[in-house]
Each structure stands twice: as structure tokens, then as C-alpha cells.
Design a protein around this ligand. Structure first.
Ligand SMILES: *Cc1c(COP(=O)(O)O)cnc(C)c1O
Length: 511
């Protein structure tokens, strides 16, 4: 069993020893000292910081502190992440090495274009690849995340309708949608209209027909949806929207379900965003940079946020085009998170079209294999279209388990930590009671899937034998249960936070 290390590691502030040093810079020449003193004397007294209140430690203490913290972590390099919706899979290290090459990592975004022709060519080719994969005609790399791509997409819808002199105020979103969809639609100034899910797990087409009118700007959809089900009626849905003059937005955050198999453009979608930091070789989470390029069909191209990468046939040079008068305008400085784009390009080239297709097929097989094992467990059901195969993910309901034992999806997820697995996504999508959402991805072996299913079955058995024990899990992690609502309240926060806050108040960083 793989478990994270369990240490009672103090905060770096607590470990601090007065006078300890990690690095001694050489002493300054007299001339420099005097120049420094002269400069300092010009700064008004009240604006000088007397003391820099940093923790004091030796180099070895620092190294050990952070190495121990890193070993208390769970990561994709140490274990399986069955996280539904937010694809968390293995990303080949070689792609990261390529992005870290000096020729890439040391580029400055303000460098003259003639000195970065290679980088621009890479973006140009990546755009072509993404167009081929999605069936769109143009992409902008400006958006820095999935939700940011959605925002660009909604603003494109707004610009498109405005230019046609139409006032459209509503965006339709299914009740199974990822939370960012309604949030983004609302942020873009639209009224969010929710369409329900039918018993087979797809958009309720009858209801959609009734909801659509001349005020509808568009529909935001992911297909396969968050239940892992492919919309059987996608062609009809597209027809309903287009007949009403509305646009279709495809949430392509988790494209590994369909890449190389079917394309949003061929389904009839007009706008797509991709999360390169989920399915195209950049790990996500932890606040690292992402890339949510937004792609459109040709009639929407002029609204894309600049810059776009263009190739000039005459000069044989690549350049960035900022001169786009109909565009929604800039949404980010420079041209997206370049290193993420490099990893995506390296990944696509190394996989090839056939490789991407096989990855998608493997993701679907893995998900259905795991589902077949897990759904046999007592207290577990598969709501919506129980006879239909899933795509890359599936959502079980543990509501019977809860009724019969008092053990909730949350408790099962916590207990999985004791078995050395990351918890899956729980309580999402909202339409499934006690939702337990699993995405195994294409990168896990059958062996690992078996181990996970076995741990799940054992936890279900434990829930019937000793529910109190399961409800107290986890027992083997450095931090047990935090009360999610109260964790940030000064009176109820965890001891670590209390120490941190005390120190922060001492330092005057917080009140
Ligand atoms: C992750 C995800 C998003 C949001 O992406 P961010 O990069 O986190 O903003 C949107 N839709 C779906 C389906 C997702 O899984």
C-alpha cells in the first residue's frame, strides 16, 4: 500500500532559530557600502522596513523541511487519481523536458518577432493540430484556463449577436454542467437558463425545445457530458439551437474521451475550448499555469481575442496579429502560457492522430472496466441510463449505502486515502444523490484499476460491518478531516493555520 509520509512537520516559522543562516554572501566593498548608504539616506524614514521578518534556518534545515513536506504530498507520480471531470493522468516527463529547454524557457514574450520565428512556427503548427482535432477553423491561445476560454467563448457569442443587431440575453446550460459553465455565462452578463436531464442521462430535448427562443444566445454543452454519457440527440440539439439563431459552445476540458474519434466541429458546435492542462500533457491543480485555447468556426473568426499567429507567404515569416477590429479584445497579456502550449505540441506530435485515438479508446475501456467492477458493490447504483455504456468517466450513487449504513460518499472518499488512493470527485454532478464520480483515464494499468476496485469493495464491506470506523477516516494521513466550512474561521481552524495566523498577525501581515 502506498501512503504519504506521516510527519509532525513544524511550520517553517516554528522551526526558525535566531541567527541561523543558509547562505553567507561575500562582504561588500567599501565603495558599494557607501553608495548603498547614500541611496538609503534618500528614502524617508517612515518608508523603510527595519527588519525583514523571515524564518532563519540553515540550508540543510530548509532542504529537509521542504523535502519532508513534498513527501507528505500525494501526486500523480506516487499514485492513482480517479478524479472525475478534471482528468488527472500521467503526463510524459519528456514533454516537460522539452518545455524546459533553454531555447524555450528563456524566451522573453516581448522579444522582437524576428528572433522568435521558431516559437511562432510552433504555435502556428499547434493551432493547425487543434483545428484538426476539434474540427474548428481558428484558435486563439490567449485564455489561460478552461473557465477563461469559456469567458472568451461567451464574449464571442455576445459580439456575434451584437454585430447582427440582435439582443439576446440568455444562455442555456444543462443541470449536469460543470459549475464554471453557468458561472461564466453569468459573468458575461447573460441570464442562465437550466435545461434538465432525461432519464437516459442526456439533455431533455423536449424541454430544450420549449426553452429556446429569440432571446437565446447559445447553449453550453460538454459531450460526453459529466455523467460520462454521449448525447445521443446531439444532431437534433444542434438543429434546435441553430434554427433559433443561437450558437453552440463545446466545453472541451476533457477531450481524452473523444480525441481522434469524433470532433465537436462535425457535431455542429461553433465554439470550443480545450484544457491543455488536463488532456494535453500539463498536470493541473496546485495553481500551476494552464492553457484554455478557444477555437471557432470561420464565421466567428474575427471575434477571437488577439493575438493570432499568422504566416506571411510573401516574406516566409510568422507574426502575431493584433490588428483585429471586430475582436472581443485582449483577455490576457502576451500570448498565453507558452510552456503549456509547447507540452501540448510535443504530446500531439509524439502520439500522432492514431495515438490520440487509441488514448481515447483506452480511456473509455478503462472507465467501463472499472465501472463493471465497482457497480457490483452493495449499496451502489448507476443512475441515468444504467444499460448505456459510459465514455471516459462514470458517476455512481451511494445513496443506498447512506440509507443502510449512514456512510456517505464523503466517508468512502476519505477512507480511500487510508488505502493509498487519491479521492475521486464527489457530490458532482449535482443531479446525482451522493455522487461518486470516477475517471480512471487512459494511463492506468489493469492492475492498478483492479487494486482500486478492490479497495472500494473492501470499504463498502467495512461500511456495513463498522460504519463508525469508516465515518472517522482517514487514519493514516498527516491531516485528517477538516471541516470544510469552518476551516478558515479563526476560532475553528486547524492548529497549523492557527500558528500561521498568529505569526502573520505578529508580523503585521494580517489583522
Ligand atoms: C476543469 C473543467 C473546467 C474548468 O477548467 P479550469 O481550467 O479549471 O478553469 C470546465 N469544464 C469542465 C468540464 C472541466 O472539467
Amino acid at each position: 500500500m502506498y501512503r504519504q509520509a506521516l510527519w509532525d512537520e513544524p511550520l517553517v516559522f516554528e522551526a526558525s532559530r535566531k541567527g541561523a543562516v543558509g547562505y553567507l554572501p561575500p562582504s561588500l566593498e567599501e565603495e558599494i557600502k557607501q553608495a548603498g548608504a547614500r541611496a538609503l539616506s534618500r528614502i524617508p524614514r517612515g518608508m523603510l522596513r527595519e527588519e525583514l521578518p523571515l524564518p532563519e534556518l540553515s540550508e540543510l534545515e530548509v532542504i529537509r523541511h521542504y523535502t519532508r513536506l513534498s513527501q507528505m504530498n500525494y501526486s500523480i507520480s506516487t499514485g492513482f487519481y480517479p478524479l472525475g471531470s478534471c482528468t488527472m493522468k500521467y503526463n510524459p516527463v519528456v514533454n516537460n523536458e522539452l518545455a524546459a529547454l533553454d531555447e524555450i524557457a528563456l524566451l522573453h514574450p516581448a522579444q522582437p518577432e524576428e528572433t522568435v520565428q521558431g516559437a511562432l512556427e510552433l504555435l502556428y503548427r499547434l493551432e493547425k493540430a487543434l483545428c484538426e482535432i476539434t474540427g474548428m477553423d481558428r484558435f486563439s491561445f490567449a485564455p489561460a484556463a478552461g473557465a477563461h476560454g469559456e469567458l472568451a467563448g461567451c464574449l464571442i457569442m455576445r459580439a456575434y449577436h451584437a454585430e447582427r443587431g440582435e439582443e439576446r440575453s440568455k444562455i442555456i446550460v444543462p443541470d449536469s454542467a460543470h459549475g464554471t459553465n453557468p458561472a461564466t455565462a453569468a459573468m458575461s452578463g447573460y441570464e442562465v437558463v437550466v435545461v434538465g436531464t432525461d432519464s437516459e442521462g442526456g439533455v431533455d430535448v423536449k424541454e430544450l425545445e420549449k426553452l429556446v427562443d429569440e432571446k437565446t444566445a447559445g447553449l453550453m454543452l460538454t459531450n460526453p457530458n459529466t455523467l460520462g454519457l454521449f448525447e445521443k440527440d446531439i444532431e437534433r440539439i444542434v438543429e434546435i439551437m441553430h434554427d433559433a439563431g443561437a450558437l453552440l459552445y463545446y466545453d472541451g476540458a476533457n477531450l481524452n474521451a473523444i480525441a481522434g474519434v469524433v470532433r465537436p466541429g462535425d457535431m455542429g458546435f461553433d465554439i470550443v475550448h480545450l484544457n491543455l492542462h488536463k488532456t494535453f500533457s500539463t498536470p493541473h491543480g496546485g495553481g500551476g499555469p494552464g492553457a484554455g485555447p478557444v477555437g471557432v468556426v470561420s464565421r466567428l473568426e474575427k471575434y477571437l481575442p488577439p493575438p493570432l499567429v499568422v504566416y506571411d507567404e510573401k516574406t516566409g515569416r510568422y507574426r502575431l496579429d493584433y490588428d483585429r477590429p471586430s475582436s472581443i479584445g485582449r483577455i490576457k497579456m502576451y500570448h498565453g502560457n507558452f510552456a503549456v502550449l509547447v507540452r501540448a505540441y510535443a504530446y500531439i506530435l509524439s502520439m500522432g492522430g492514431e495515438g490520440l485515438r487509441r488514448a481515447a479508446l483506452n480511456a473509455v475501456v478503462a472507465s467501463n472496466y472499472l465501472l463493471a467492477k465497482m457497480r457490483r458493490a452493495r449499496g451502489v447504483s448507476l443512475p441515468y441510463g444504467a444499460a448505456r455504456p459510459r465514455k471516459h468517466e462514470f458517476v455512481l450513487s451511494l445513496s443506498r449505502l447512506r440509507r443502510e449504513t449512514g456512510v456517505r460518499a464523503l466517508d468512502v472518499a476519505k477512507r480511500l486515502l487510508d488505502y493509498g488512493f487519491h479521492a475521486p470527485t464527489i457530490y458532482f454532478p449535482l443531479i446525482v444523490d451522493e455522487a461518486f464520480m470516477v475517471e480512471p483515464t487512459e494511463s492506468e494499468s489493469k492492475n492498478e484499476l483492479d487494486r482500486f476496485a478492490e479497495a472500494f469493495e473492501r470499504i463498502i464491506a467495512e461500511s456495513y460491518e463498522n460504519p463508525e470506523m469508516v465515518r472517522g477516516a482517514p487514519y493514516s494521513t498527516s491531516v485528517g478531516r477538516v471541516n470544510e466550512a469552518r476551516a478558515s474561521h479563526p476560532k475553528t481552524m486547524t492548529p497549523t493555520w492557527r500558528v500561521y495566523r498568529k505569526r502573520a498577525i505578529e508580523l503585521g501581515v494580517e489583522k
